[in-house]
Design a protein around this ligand. Structure first.
Ligand code: AHM
Ligand code: MG
Length: 315
């Protein structure tokens, strides 16, 4: 009998509390995957005609995925509020505003890939509130460093539907089995290889990178001979890096002076998973998980991967 996501309950101190929430993420993933597959028939591809808080054009599928995710978090009964890349403010779930946990989410990461039927993902992390349960949850509850994250993970909408997560006791991957309509443990105890793999970066920005990163990348390539792969969807690039080794990076550049990727929705959850898988997760000069967040939509430089490769870039 294959293991299902029920086995999260047996993982570490937080597994049993996190299992229903991660199962909710799994339900959201199944719904979002179905919406993605049928989008072209429902006229749901293309822009929504709105901008998110970062001034980026929202796609209709960004908005739909955000709604689906929020509803599934509401349905767990364990989540008091959701911070989303697609929402300016923290969304409080009124009927469960006394609940213990908050979720931070990028509901549809890499959505520029939608036009070309490329892979996309969902990225999430779960934190325990700091405010008293009798109070209304506050944005300050979300501003917790990655060291305080209880669980995190991502969903990859690729040829198969995968949910990879950690509750602080290793990283485990579950694949949706359509024959029985459930996620089954397919990748137990994922560990990033120490050597081999690929470097993954939008190299077209090289001349604009900060911190001499262009020269450091050239030196690392010469030393390791690593090949290059870049999807442009963080979940897909992270997943390959986790399985094959190497490094994924999105440095600061002259346009994105503090980096492009969001600390709370992208860097911390992926950093948590990467460290749990034995890899390294750095920003400029500091471990991603040691950054004290200052704002909901803060951006940071990101370097994720095998220890040797990340060290080669950041010294
Ligand atoms: P998004 O959350 O709006 O989709 O943006 C984040 C994405 C990441 O998935 C990916 O790593 C990065 O943006 C790609 O950026 P670029 O197109 O500049 O290479
Ligand atoms: Mg994103």
């Amino acid at each position: 009998m294959p293991s299902t996501m029920n086995n999260i309950a047996k993982q570490g101190d937080h597994g049993s509390a996190m299992m229903p929430v991660i199962q909710g993420v799994g339900r959201a993933a199944i719904e979002i995957a179905a919406v993605l597959r049928g989008a072209v028939f429902r006229g749901a591809l293309g822009g929504a005609g709105s901008e998110n808080i970062q001034g980026e054009q929202q796609q209709m599928l960004d908005v739909l995925s955000d709604e689906i995710f929020l509803e599934e978090m509401r349905s767990t009964g364990f989540i008091c509020a959701v911070g989303s890349e697609e929402q300016e403010e923290l969304l409080v779930i009124d009927e469960y505003s006394h609940a213990d946990y908050l979720v931070l989410v990028d509901p549809l990461d890499g959505s520029s890939n939608l036009d070309v039927d490329g892979p996309v993902g969902t990225i999430f992390s779960i934190v325990k509130r700091k405010t008293a349960n009798s109070e209304r949850p506050h944005v300050s509850d979300t501003l917790q460093s990655g060291r305080e994250v209880i669980a995190a993970g991502y969903v990859l909408y690729g040829p198969s539907l995968m949910l990879v997560c950690s509750v602080g006791e290793g990283v485990h991957g579950y694949t949706f089995n359509p024959a029985v309509a459930r996620f089954e443990l397919s990748h137990p105890d994922m560990r990033i290889p120490e050597t081999g793999g690929y470097y993954s970066v939008n190299e077209s920005n090289k001349s604009d990178w900060a911190d001499g990163m262009g020269d450091k990348l050239i030196a690392m390539k010469a030393e390791t001979g690593l090949g290059m792969r870049y999807v442009g969807a963080m979940v897909a690039d992270m997943h390959r890096t986790l399985l094959k080794g190497g490094v994924f990076l999105y440095p600061a550049d002259s346009k994105n002076t503090t980096g492009k990727l969001r600390l709370l929705y992208e860097a911390i959850p992926m950093g948590f998973v990467m460290e749990q898988a034995g890899g390294k997760a750095m920003s400029s000069g500091i471990a991603i998980l040691d950054i004290e967040p200052e704002a909901l939509h803060q951006r940071v430089p990101v370097y994720l991967g095998s220890n040797t490769n990340v060290d080669a870039l950041l010294g």
